[in-house]
Design a protein around this ligand. Structure first.
Ligand code: HEC
Length: 184
């Protein structure tokens, strides 16, 4: 083979390498969006919020304070999250006790003090000990109900995401004739 022929072979190899690389890139582009969609749906939780919030921060298992987040919390979001509570709680003024006690004016209310509700002894004991539903206790309870109030009747998994809990509690705060002051 002369020099010219060698050049052709060489160019052929370069071309083959380039095409290989390019098709790898194209394959990536085609495959990756699909992988993302697959991930978004693989939580087992297919509520619209879960799908929409696929890019949101992961649920937090460690209890983080919500006090710094309350002033800027999203009350409209909190109202949406509170839909999870309606099955068991009424939220309006003069609302009845259901499976759980009514939650009107719950912020800063003494624990286990909704008139006429049969609380668990765990809740009654906490109330007798003088504990109130201040922001700190609401935050801990709504994060992991059974951990904060061992023996509670509230069969609810909790809201693990700190931002969501802050939004929820900021909304609960508005359920009052005169909402409790925000923490300093
Ligand atoms: C499956 C029913 C159920 C769901 C869902 C539920 N709760 Fe409860 N909740 C209860 C019951 C029952 C109690 C009484 C607990 C006890 O006596 O130990 C309670 C108690 C409470 C209390 C204490 C009230 C008091 O007077 O001491 C708060 C605060 C509360 N729930 C908030 C919420 C919020 C906020 C949500 C939604 C994010 C929610 N709960 C979802 C059943 C439920």
């Amino acid at each position: 083979m002369d020099g010219f022929e060698w050049n052709k072979v060489f160019m052929g190899i370069i071309l083959a390498l380039l095409v290989g690389k390019l098709s790898g890139k194209v394959a990536d582009l085609l495959v990756n969006p699909n992988t993302d969609i697959a991930n978004a749906y693989s939580h087992g939780d297919t509520t619209p919020e879960a799908v929409k919030g696929a890019g949101a921060p992961a649920p937090q298992d460690v209890l983080e304070p919500i006090e710094p987040l309350l002033a800027a919390a999203n009350i409209a979001e909190g109202e949406k999250i509170a839909k999870k509570c309606l099955q068991c709680h009424s939220l309006e003024k003069g609302g009845a006790n259901k499976i759980g006690p009514h939650l009107w004016e719950v912020v800063n209310r003494p624990i286990a003090h909704a008139e006429g509700f049969a609380y668990s002894s765990a809740a009654q004991d906490a109330g007798k000990a003088g504990k109130v539903w201040d922001y700190h206790n609401l935050n801990a309870f709504l994060h992991k109900p059974k951990e904060f109030l061992n023996g509670t009747k509230m069969a609810f998994i909790g809201v693990k995401n700190t931002k969501e809990r802050a939004d929820l509690i900021a909304y609960l705060r508005t359920l009052a004739d005169s909402p409790a002051p925000l923490p300093k």
